[in-house]
Design a protein around this ligand. Structure first.
Ligand code: IDP
Ligand code: MG
Length: 139
């Protein structure tokens, strides 16, 4: 294991519900350092680009609509084994399958409106960090 960076989004459902503070607290309690953080709002083009890997899936248009419905909070996070560690803090994609104490178990509504995004591999983490943050913001 080594110190890694990962990328996370507090999704529009959780921001609108006022859950961002509690989610950030869960992330920080799990030992993550916040390198950069910003509230923003995705355009349809950005949402389609960010989730391009899912463009052929039946849920894609619904996902794009959801991710553009309101503000999000984007974060660059650092920790030992950050990518896997954040996925553990998040819980399973479908909150029905998420373990107790995870963000998605606590706050997610369903498999689409599931509060939080986290990168799934070192390559995607770097691409996703670059999607939202400049080099100087990540120092
Ligand atoms: P992940 O966010 O746990 O990595 P992915 O499979 O990468 O899950 O899917 C990206 C996002 O697309 C999910 O977080 C969720 O918002 C949405 N999604 C995934 N599967 C479904 C589905 O079967 N129906 C509706 N939305 C879905
Ligand atoms: Mg994913």
């Amino acid at each position: 294991m080594s110190v890694e960076r990962t990328f996370s989004i507090i999704k529009p459902d959780a921001v609108a519900a006022g859950q961002a503070g509690e989610i950030l607290a869960m992330i920080q309690k799990a030992g993550f350092k916040v390198l950069a953080l910003r509230m923003t709002r995705l355009t349809e083009t950005q949402a389609r680009g960010f989730y391009a890997v899912h463009s052929q899936r039946p849920f894609f248009s619904g996902l794009v609509k959801f991710m553009t419905e309101g503000p999000i909070i984007v974060m660059a996070l650092e920790r030992e084994d950050a990518i896997k560690g954040l996925r553990e803090v998040m819980g399973a994609t479908n909150p029905a399958n998420a373990a107790d104490g995870t963000v998605r178990k606590r706050f997610a509504t369903d498999i689409e409106r599931n509060c939080i995004h986290g990168s799934d591999a070192p390559e995607t983490a770097e691409v996703e960090l670059r999607f939202f943050f400049s080099t100087s913001e990540l120092q």
